[in-house]
Design a protein around this ligand. Structure first.
Ligand code: ZN
Length: 117
């Protein structure tokens, strides 16, 4: 389950930043997860709950996950197609398979909020 190490990495970033900014308690953090990133939101949540439970900094923190659809730009006709099933990479306008993924690979911490005491 690589979501666990992904989540650890995200929480390390928050921890470092919180330490620098005198934040004692994280209230809210938001992740952006593309549907082509191969990370499952449910698994990320599970990992977060497991990891946050033993860190005072993250007690009571709310994890928000925004999922991004897979969007491809057709190299043939320049139309954008949303790949609904994350599997059939075919242009919905012209049927070409020469697609470039322009959204859906992202996996990053958008922001976090916390308190100084
Ligand atoms: Zn096309």
């Amino acid at each position: 389950m690589h979501e666990l190490s992904l989540m650890e990495g995200v929480m390390e970033i928050v921890k470092d930043s919180a330490a620098q900014n005198n934040i004692k308690r994280v209230k809210h953090l938001k992740l952006v997860v593309g549907k082509f990133s191969m990370a499952l939101p449910d698994s990320l949540r599970f990992a977060f709950d497991a990891l946050a439970g033993v860190e005072e900094l993250f007690q009571g923190a709310v994890l928000e996950i925004e999922e991004k659809d897979i969007i491809c730009l057709c190299q043939q006709c320049q139309q954008r197609t949303t790949i609904e099933d994350g599997f059939h990479f075919v242009c919905s306008s012209c049927g070409s398979i020469r697609l470039e993924i322009v959204q859906g690979r992202e996996l990053y911490l958008d922001y976090y909020e916390g308190d100084e005491n």
